[in-house]
Design a protein around this ligand. Sequence first.
Ligand code: ZN
Ligand code: ZN
Length: 372
Amino acid sequence: MGGLEDEIRERVIRWRRRIGTLPGKHVAVEFIWDGDTSGWWLDVCLVMCEGLLFHHYRSEVIDTLRCGGDGRLFSGSVPPWPEAVIANRAGEQVARELGLAFFFPSPDDPDDGCPHWWQRNQAVACTGCGKLLLVERTRPGFRFCARCDLARRTRREILEDSPGISPGYFLFTEADGRVDECVFTSVNGELAGHLASAFAASGPEPISGSIDEILEPASLDHVVESLRRRISVLIPRYGPRAGCSSAAESARPIVWEGRELVIETSGFNPVGEEIWTLLCHMDTLTRWTRLGRTVHLLGNGGPTRRDVAILDSLRHGGGPTDLPQLHAAFPYLTESELLRTVAKLERRRLVQCRAAAVLLTVTGSALTVAGP
Ligand SMILES: [Zn+2]
Ligand SMILES: [Zn+2]
């Protein structure tokens, strides 16, 4: 990890130089999370004491640590947050060398509800993890940080086995025993009706919530054909919203049967939005057909929070897991609750049990990869 070591060395030099230029009485180096819609960053601050007759503290931001956007949360690359690793290492070194206090109230995860160094005595500790929180950021009588609160709520939902993913269908392709591409539609979604009509065209079988089969190329053609018919009905009905220019951010140029059109695709224009959604699905399915991909159709049957949590933990475990391991991950579930859930998931072919091991099937991983 030469990159990390270099970065820490550079930050130490930069912060010492910057602090050296600031007048006043230096008290502490503190790290405070801040964020906007694109993600989190860490403000590196020098806490200074001002005033002769009374003490008055303030923080000056001397640097910002930002190693990426929110995408990292979804890709699972954080935690650990590299910003926090740098802050801990470089911050402690600078504080030690300059004889300052080191203050980093939320080293494990981003939190903008934490106090500055001089507010620490007015803060309350999270009941779950001990993190210091500003009182005004917590509900009266409620002392949990955002992360502990989420964990508590998740745990309650898993215990109560409350509804998880809304019932719907996954269409996915498989490569090397893994889910390659995946499309999800809820039972009321645009695509669901077209899937049903394709099945009605090819036989009497209606699609049910627990369907799990390979879509034959002919069925796939039916779906594409059904999408095409619907789009052909919608296109003459399409009209731009008054006052909306084709330069709007949601406007997309399309070519439909040789005609060039600009379609406004935001929710403010339901016809445009439906055309765009159906076109995207048609495009995906046509591409899969041309590439000769095997396409699976899977009804998710409306899995519960508990089902999803167990599938998720099998996926992140990355290999076979046995019951004691599952029990360790969900200590608040009884053995019979776990066994019952695993048996249900096995009946639905989402997991496979071999000897003592529980394995995620390709179908099961499709359900965890694309769960909305
Ligand atoms: Zn907490
Ligand atoms: Zn879609």
